[in-house]
Each structure stands twice: as structure tokens, then as C-alpha cells.
Design a protein around this ligand. Structure first.
Ligand SMILES: [Zn+2]
Length: 145
């Protein structure tokens, strides 16, 4: 049982793209469950579990499915207890989400610049800007929970 949490985390990170460590036990990576151009998946080790959050809106089950892991893999050290309800997921701190916010803000700023310069946005840019808006709103919801 020696650190099966880091074993599981490694197993997860090995399957992800563009993994970037953002602190002790914290990473950002491309989400495997959607066509993620820039990393929008936050991964974090908290005590006995791994937290996952895709800021483009993918569910944890979809993300796990995409890398062939299961919900149990996120709680490797947890002793099975049928009477114990699933633990409440602690939220991510604003500090941890800051790189994501900056990334989405840059996308919005570029789209805004283009729009002001040309009065129009290419369809792909429009869709990405729309996604950035949703991501910012989700980040807001996450830190004001
Ligand atoms: Zn996703």
C-alpha cells in the first residue's frame, strides 16, 4: 500500500498529453475526453484521492473512460465501506486555477482584438471564444462555491 496514490497518479498522468506540474501534487493537462487544444484539465492529489476537473465541462466519468481508468482508481487507498458515502470533493483554490484563467483570458483578449480590428471573427475563433467564456464562468462558479 506504499503510496498507491502516487502510483495511480502516475498511471493517469502517463496517459495524458501536455502535462504540466503546477505545484506539489498538482497538474494541468489536455483533457482526453474532448478535443482540447490547450490544457483545461486540472488534476490534484488530496490526501487519499485524486481530483479531476475539466473546465470545458467534461464529466469525471468521461475523462476516466477516455484513459481506461475507473472511479475506484481515484481513491486507491480508500478502505471499502458500503455504509460510507462518497467523500465530498474539496474544491480547487483560486490560486491553482489561475493558469487556466490566464489562458482563457488571453484567448478572449485575442478574439476581442481581432473583432475590434476587423469587425468579424473566423468561425473557429468564434467557437473557441465562446468556449473560453464558458470556461471562465465555470472557473468563477468553482471558486465561489
Ligand atoms: Zn474535457
Amino acid at each position: 500500500m506504499l503510496n498507491s496514490l502516487s502510483y495511480k497518479t502516475d498511471q493517469l498522468l502517463n496517459q495524458l498529453d501536455r502535462v504540466k506540474q503546477t505545484g506539489q501534487g498538482k497538474w494541468l493537462a489536455r483533457c482526453p475526453a474532448h478535443d482540447d487544444k490547450s490544457p483545461s484539465l486540472a488534476i490534484k492529489e488530496v490526501e487519499d484521492r485524486i481530483l479531476l476537473h475539466c473546465f470545458a465541462g467534461c464529466g469525471v466519468a468521461e475523462i476516466l473512460n477516455a484513459v481506461g481508468l475507473h472511479m475506484d482508481d481515484l481513491f486507491p487507498d480508500r478502505v471499502a465501506d458500503p455504509y460510507d458515502p462518497a467523500p465530498r470533493m474539496p474544491k480547487f483554490s483560486a490560486y491553482e486555477l489561475f493558469p487556466l484563467l490566464v489562458q482563457e483570458a488571453i484567448i478572449l483578449a485575442l478574439a476581442c482584438n481581432d473583432f475590434m480590428a476587423y469587425g468579424v471573427l473566423a468561425n473557429a475563433d468564434y467557437l473557441r471564444a465562446q468556449q473560453a467564456c464558458q470556461c471562465v464562468m465555470r472557473l468563477h462558479a468553482e471558486v465561489s462555491r
